[in-house]
Ligand binder design. Structure first.
Ligand SMILES: CC(C)(COP(=O)(O)OP(=O)(O)OC[C@H]1O[C@@H](n2cnc3c(N)ncnc32)[C@H](O)[C@@H]1OP(=O)(O)O)[C@@H](O)C(=O)NCCC(=O)NCCS
Length: 195
């Protein structure tokens, strides 16, 4: 595949991760409350974990396995003077691709101090447009633990519909924590109709 693009929304820039992000990813992701509802990240989350994760992303994009973006909040010097001076990395959003079925599974996390500002939803809308518009996927799915109402609300706001429920479906690491899961989906047809 060609290089992974950068996507822009009114407040955000979604861009590929790079090695300069390692320390900040480790800082943002080393949070027990954040990792509690994530399948991929454990706690504690170290600089080595962040390095390993970021290193795999470029290869996965090149191999067509996934597309993952750093979610950055664009900063302006002065609110009245919208001159772009930089963008702060606050989280991640991405899609694991299944090219055989032309389908992708959405996942995301936002650093705790940035929760509740609509960032995941804004990033999600942009990545839906990318997935259906540029990657030409036929379907997006997402799985969310039932104990995570903030995430299921994000998926609802993105127009995804609940397609299923799986009891005690996911086990958090080696623990006794077997979690119920809600499965969401959105078809390209429905996304087109909504646009
Ligand atoms: C889930 C997560 C990405 C949401 O990010 P965010 O930027 O705060 O999301 P948004 O602000 O776009 O939307 C959150 C919505 O959930 C709602 N919400 C938050 N906590 C809630 C709760 N306990 N119960 C019900 N709704 C809740 C908010 O009110 C908001 O909805 P609204 O706009 O209708 O008011 C963030 O909490 C996170 O990173 N959590 C840890 C990782 C994770 O769970 N990832 C998803 C795995 S499936």
């Amino acid at each position: 595949m060609n290089g992974q693009p950068t996507l822009k929304t009114s407040r955000l820039e979604l861009r590929p991760f790079c090695s300069n992000d390692i320390a900040l990813v480790a800082e943002l992701a080393n949070d027990e409350q954040l990792s509690l509802n994530l399948r991929s990240f454990g706690f504690p989350y170290t600089v080595d974990d962040a390095r390993q994760w970021i290193q795999t992303l470029e290869k996965e994009w090149e191999n067509g396995q996934s597309t993952v973006f750093g979610v950055c909040v664009r900063e302006t010097e002065d609110k009245r003077e919208p001159t772009l001076v930089g963008a702060t990395l606050v989280g991640a959003i991405g899609i694991v691709l299944d090219r055989q079925s032309n389908r992708g599974e959405l996942g995301y996390w936002i650093g705790r101090s940035y929760w509740g500002q609509g960032i995941a939803t804004e990033a999600g809308k942009s990545i839906l447009d990318f997935a259906f518009g540029q990657l030409c996927l036929n379907k997006l799915t997402a799985e969310c633990l039932t104990r995570n109402p903030a995430s299921s609300r994000v998926l609802e706001k993105l127009g995804m519909v609940q397609e299923g429920f799986f009891a005690k479906h996911f086990r958090k690491r080696e623990s006794d924590d077997y979690c119920d899961v809600q499965a969401f989906g959105l078809l390209r047809r429905a996304w087109n109709e909504r646009k």
